[in-house]
Design a protein around this ligand. Structure first.
Ligand code: DC
Length: 233
């Protein structure tokens, strides 16, 4: 993982749900003037589309054939307004809706579908065509950009992550208990780690960060230091 000073690179930040990787990735992108792409938001947007079109039944099973047929009609992009990024699904701002518990509870089975992954990985690779990008997710350093110049794998205990997510959701007014959030975190970890297609795992050349006991400022500094180290910038 070396790079000539100042030429743009690809930064892949993978890790567990609610590990704080999105906030770190977003902040780094802003500091160094790179584009930020939240790949999890893309899986969430496909999940919302499937929910709205009756492709997920009450028992959580997905109509894979129907969803696969609909993939060419699902267009996902990101809009930026006043420094805030919004996920756009077929031209509609769905940023708030894709963060709901309903979407969180349905997203893992959707993200386990090979056809969905293939379509989204291709979209993600096209976002990185010109480099100068920070992308976060589960398989960015392993599958989407295996040659990324900088790879980070972020982890923290399930309790720490559930607590962060719980505060985030209750701050936004969602009525939810800590136990429900913890159960969702543990269940998503399990599905993410055991799915056949691109399971969550640390790339061999990724630098690991356990941020359980770090402040946000410490994490941001740690990440920026890695960037300077790798680029020599
Ligand atoms: O990071 P997040 O919690 O918003 O991600 C939502 C879901 O999408 C999560 O269950 C894992 C999945 N995901 C994935 O499988 N691959 C990615 N690159 C990003 C997210």
């Amino acid at each position: 993982m070396t790079n000539k000073a100042s030429s743009p690179i690809i930064i892949a930040i993978d890790g567990y749900s609610s590990s704080g990787k999105s906030s770190m990735a977003k902040r780094l992108a802003k500091t160094i003037g790179y584009r930020y792409i939240d790949s999890g938001a893309m899986y969430r947007a496909v999940t919302l589309y499937a929910m709205r079109h009756g492709m997920i039944s009450n028992d959580g099973s997905v109509d894979v054939d129907k969803l696969t047929a609909a993939l060419p009609d699902i267009h996902i992009d990101f809009a930026v307004e006043n420094d805030t990024q919004y996920t756009m699904l077929n031209g509609e701002n769905v940023e708030a809706e894709i963060r709901s518990m309903a979407v969180s509870n349905n997203v893992s089975p959707i993200a386990a579908i090979a056809q969905v992954r293939h379509a989204l990985v291709a979209m993600q690779q096209s976002f990185g065509f010109e480099k100068g990008i920070v992308m976060d997710g589960r398989d960015i350093g392993t599958t989407v950009f295996p040659s990324a110049e900088m790879k980070i794998f972020v982890t923290a205990s399930p309790q720490t992550r559930a607590q962060r997510r719980f505060l985030e959701l209750t701050d936004k007014g969602h009525a939810i208990t800590f136990e429900e959030v913890l159960a969702n975190v543990v269940s998503r970890d399990h599905i993410d780690e055991t799915r056949a297609e691109s399971p969550l795992r640390r790339a061999d050349d990724a630098i690991e960060l356990d941020n359980s006991t770090m402040t946000i400022d410490e994490q941001n500094k740690w990440l920026l230091d890695r960037y300077h180290e790798i680029t020599g910038a």
